[in-house]
Ligand binder design. Structure first.
Ligand code: ZN
Length: 239
């Protein structure tokens, strides 16, 4: 009995080390709703919990060796929250006081993407953007290296730029995306690129689109825009 418990512990530790991610910082102001169940990994009993709290509970059960730091606030509405986000990006690395290795944007609105882009340009922080269109049949991932590749303000991804519905209020309790699989595929591509980037193998596309109806995955690189609206992006380009 003891032996098998120890073996399970060993296997858990091996699983934790397999991807080499030591610490996850998670920012989200939202609460879990029953309408999320079709497409996110939350469970019905977690309804009304903050999303970061629910996610931490689930992930801690899967891998107790990863350090989690969660913040339940909106990065776009309160200046202090935005500043706190910036300070955690620059000091919240695995080694305290060091920056994180990579920031990920997995949000559903323009303002939050812009806030992440602004923070990362100011800090020179490498980050990856991801998203799925409102009709859930296309998505994208994009790698941003300040000064070297296009930032979000240089050229927002086409699916986001064309997404005119994004700013209109969503109906209470109604989830617009009905293809959880498209989100799953884009999330998988994002994580694949995160591992390639952090572990330095293979090619990480600067921009990768996923068209679910055609099984089409076009990629491209985007140079930064010398006339970008973000001053920090222009300064990073000069450096
Ligand atoms: Zn830019």
């Amino acid at each position: 009995m003891t032996e098998s418990v120890e073996r399970v512990k060993e296997l858990e530790q091996e699983a934790g080390r397999a991807c080499g991610i030591g610490k996850l910082l998670h920012f989200d102001y939202d609460k879990v709703e029953l309408a999320n169940m079709n497409r996110l990994f939350f469970q019905p009993h977690q309804a009304a919990l903050s999303k970061v709290e629910a996610a931490e509970h689930t992930l801690r059960n899967i891998d107790p060796d990863v350090a989690f730091e969660v913040h339940s606030y909106n990065i776009t509405t309160v200046v202090e929250h935005f500043e706190h986000l910036m300070s955690r990006i620059s000091n919240g690395g695995l080694q305290d006081g060091k920056p994180v290795d990579l920031a990920l944007s997995c949000v559903d609105n323009f303002d939050a993407r812009m806030a992440i882009s602004t923070a990362c340009n100011e800090l020179g922080q490498r980050w990856m953007e991801s998203g799925v269109s409102e009709n859930a049949v296309s998505g994208h991932t994009q790698l941003m290296i300040p000064g070297e590749s296009a930032c979000f303000a240089c050229a927002p991804p086409l699916v986001v730029a064309a997404n005119i519905d994004e700013k209109t209020p969503k109906r209470e309790g109604v989830c617009s995306a009905r293809l959880p699989t498209a989100m799953g595929v884009v999330a998988g591509i994002l994580v694949q690129n995160v591992l390639k980037f952090l572990l330095n193998f293979g090619v990480v596309s600067f921009y990768l689109e996923y068209n679910a109806t055609q099984d089409f995955f076009p990629t491209m690189s985007m140079m930064p825009n010398p006339q970008c609206d973000d001053r920090n992006c222009r300064e990073q380009q000069e450096e």
